[in-house]
Design a protein around this ligand. Structure first.
Ligand code: NAD
Length: 352
């Protein structure tokens, strides 16, 4: 079986950080075929299109896509159709990526970076699985109209059981690869759509007897995430609750340069990218933290290629360099050693 990875460095710090992740993937010697293409502002500059046809073709052919980040002030003045973000939304839609996986991991060495007390968050390791293509964000009808002489705004929360089942399976499978605990988040006390959500998750559970399923209301989940976040392993929820809870969870860690993400389709083809943006303020200086992108490459190994051992090797290597006291500027603290993007990549390679 060929294993094709498309690398899309993008803009800003994107090229610097993806270079380090590519070095890590190559060092594993797993026979990946890698191609590089343009997305975002770099693609607009070269072709006028943020998601050019050539990139679309390569993205369809690839098994997985590793993305840096797109965007920057240079392109913010362009018409909406030519903005780098259009390229990002374009590729997500084109590849039917309906499942978004965002781990929030707080390495004990970085516990001080969180706004929560270290004893509450140190060692945190949770995964939020968010449905990406349905729910109130896409439901029809929607709009703002005049009714009875005043403005009236409305949206529609909707899910089919098929949509719930397919994201449920992704979450159960992910829990199986981790701590085997899945918490499904809904608001079944007031919303029928999420009563269906809970029913379908409950119906799926017997297929995964090794995973413990629990349910929690969204408001309680928001509270528990800051009260005692380590009680969770995997959380699964719809598009809107997931939007809010995944941001809340990622901020528990306090270090944006450390957070990877994955977006998957029905065949585990995936787009893997750091949760942060293109950081134009530090682009080209060789100081960006490449670890979120390297950890995204680990997710690529785990979720698209089912190479659990290789994924763990990469994650262990990252832990090791942190334990050695190496830090890029964004996570630097007194008593540690400040390194640049490339030195951090070198250290991860050495630890591998
Ligand atoms: P950002 O995440 O790029 O930067 C926020 C802050 O975090 C900046 O101070 C930056 O220097 C720092 N930072 C981010 N990643 C870092 C890293 N790896 N190492 C060290 N420091 C890091 O968010 P922003 O400033 O709001 O957005 C900048 C651009 O990125 C915008 O054009 C925005 O549209 C785009 N963006 C792209 C994506 C994406 O490609 N998925 C996501 C968010 C923002």
């Amino acid at each position: 079986m060929t294993k094709k990875i498309l690398v899309l460095p993008g803009d800003g710090i994107g090229p610097e950080i993806t270079e380090e992740a590519v070095r890590v993937l190559k060092a594993l010697e797993l026979g990946f075929e890698m191609e590089t293409a343009l997305l975002g502002g770099a693609a607009v500059d070269a072709t006028g299109d943020p998601y050019p046809a050539a990139t679309q073709e390569l993205a369809k052919e690839a098994d997985a896509v590793l993305l840096g980040a797109v965007g920057g002030p240079k392109w913010d003045v362009l018409p909406r159709e030519q903005r780098p973000e259009k390229g990002l939304l374009g590729i997500r839609k084109h590849l039917n990526l309906f499942a978004n996986l965002r781990p929030a991991i707080l390495y004990p060495e970085l516990a001080d970076a969180s706004t929560l007390k270290p004893e509450v968050v140190s060692g945190l390791d949770i995964l939020i699985v968010r449905e990406l293509t349905g729910d109130i964000y896409f439901g029809q009808p929607r709009g703002i109209e005049i009714r009875d002489g005043e403005r009236f705004g409305f949206n529609t929360m909707r899910y089919t059981e098929t949509e719930i089942r397919r994201i449920g399976r992704v979450a159960f499978e992910a829990a199986r690869k981790r701590g085997k605990k899945l918490c499904s988040v809904d608001k079944m006390n007031v919303l029928e759509t999420t009563q269906l959500w809970r029913d379908v998750m409950t119906e799926l559970a017997p297929e995964y007897p090794d995973v413990e399923l629990t349910h929690m209301l969204a408001d309680n989940a928001a509270m528990q995430l800051v009260r005692a976040p380590r009680q969770f392993d995997v959380l699964v929820t719809g598009n809107m609750f997931g939007d809010i809870l995944s941001d809340e969870a990622s901020m528990l860690t306090g270090s944006i340069g450390m957070l990877p993400s994955a977006s998957l389709d029905e065949n585990n083809k995936g787009l893997y990218e750091p949760s942060h943006g293109s950081a134009p303020d530090i682009a080209g200086q060789g100081i960006a933290n490449p670890l979120a992108t390297i950890l995204s490459a680990a997710m690529l190994l785990r979720y698209t290629f089912n190479l659990e051992e290789a994924a763990r090797r990469v994650e262990e290597a990252v832990k090791k360099v942190l334990a050695q006291g190496l830090r890029t500027a964004d996570i630097f603290a007194a008593g540690t050693q400040k390194v640049g993007t490339k030195e951090m990549g070198d250290a991860v390679l050495a630890a591998l």
